[in-house]
Write a protein that binds this ligand. Structure first.
Ligand SMILES: [Zn+2]
Length: 373
């Protein structure tokens, strides 16, 4: 078990970082550079590129890596660009015109941070417009006048699809346009696209599609654009069991993009019902990366009367490599581990944690917690 989890941790280091240079080298390798244009620059003066393709009446504005450490949807978006070069995409390109921004936050993508170089969450900046990246997206929106917006993100491993132990491998949201969470005409169209994608994804990911809570926040890009009357879909690439590289959610996002664009191109959107939208389970925070169970609690320590410890990974970029640092998360027995470790299979806790090299810090954390209790 330990070796297995350890292997997965090694895999984690390889793929989640997607800096601008890594991205554009990858795009070049796919022979997709020709339609790429500089749309503006970031706080640290890095270029922000866009890719324009298609001739259809439905204009679709797509952006990814607004949060720099959320690279899965960017990879799915490049997969989608590649798909658009194939014969199968003919109808989509007749129906839609795309403007796609693979990395709206290149500084955060370089530093592997959610925030931009000035420490601002760009997805909470749509009223203030304090940052060059959010101002650029607003200018592009005003100029391009999209019929639809797709806002691409990644979510943490903690989210389950509903009150289950199934990770939400992909989640969606049709953001609200007002505090009352009304189903405005724009929001209804976003809901129908999500219903279409959910129907499509169920055979591939049964019960693993989630929906985010729709509390209104006009500072968020999706809420702002929906309030302007543009149907906007939030995508969140999530976890699939043992797939920390997120190949499964990358495929889910790719499949969802194709399904939604086909529905739009073939004018099938009204064959889906907004009543099916709330049937998609709402995400809960039930999951944690590691569960160590059957622990023996110390008589007077924090572990007394508890037999489980939950550990989460924190991603940290050091010298160009992402390290996954484990930290103690909780003793909440309502949680469920994505990786489970049976303490009974090991003579004592200390040895377990020492064996399990990458979470050895947990030894210190648990003993500190016990001492403080
Ligand atoms: Zn995000």
């Amino acid at each position: 078990m330990f070796t297995f989890v350890h292997m997965k941790i090694k895999d984690l280091n390889q793929n989640r970082l997607l800096t601008p240079s890594m991205l554009y080298k990858y795009i070049d390798g796919k022979d997709l550079l020709s339609n790429l244009k500089i749309l503006g620059t970031s706080a640290e003066a890095r270029p922000i590129y866009g890719y324009r393709v298609g001739k259809g009446a439905n204009k679709i504005l797509v952006w990814s890596q607004m949060h720099g450490n959320e690279s899965t949807t960017t990879k799915a978006l490049i997969d989608f660009w590649s798909f658009l070069k194939t014969d199968q995409a003919e109808e989509i390109l007749k129906g839609c015109t795309f403007l796609m921004i693979p990395q709206l936050n290149p500084d955060g993508s370089e530093a592997y941070t959610r925030l931009n170089a000035n420490g601002v969450d760009l997805n909470r900046d749509f009223i203030d417009l304090s940052q060059p990246e959010s101002r650029l997206l607003r200018e592009i929106y005003d100029d391009f006048k999209p019929s639809y917006c797709f806002n691409l993100h990644g979510q943490r491993t903690i989210f389950s699809a509903g009150n289950t132990s199934i990770p939400a491998t992909i989640s969606f949201l049709a953001p609200s346009a007002d505090l009352e969470r009304s189903i405005t005409p724009a929001r209804a169209l976003a809901m129908k696209l999500i219903v279409a994608a959910n129907n499509k994804l169920q055979s591939f990911l049964p019960n693993a599609v989630g929906r985010y809570d729709d509390g209104f926040n006009i500072n968020c890009a999706g809420d702002y654009f929906t309030a302007q009357g543009t149907p906007t879909v939030l995508f969140e690439a999530g976890h699939y069991p043992q797939d920390y590289n997120r190949k499964t959610s990358r495929k889910a996002v790719f499949d969802a993009l194709i399904e939604m664009c086909e529905v739009i191109s073939f004018n099938k959107i009204n064959s889906f019902s907004v009543h099916d939208y709330p049937k998609i389970p709402e995400n809960q925070k039930n999951l944690r990366d590691i569960e160590i169970y059957n622990l023996k609690g110390t008589s007077n320590g924090i572990l007394s009367n508890k037999n489980k410890v939950f550990v989460q990974f924190k991603e940290e970029l050091k010298d160009g490599v992402i390290f996954w640092s484990p930290y103690f998360d909780s003793l909440n027995e309502e949680h469920e581990g994505l990786n489970k470790i049976n303490a009974l299979n090991h003579t004592d806790l200390k040895n377990i944690l020492v064996d399990f090299d990458t979470i050895k810090n947990l030894t210190k954390m648990i003993s500190l917690l016990s001492l403080h209790e």
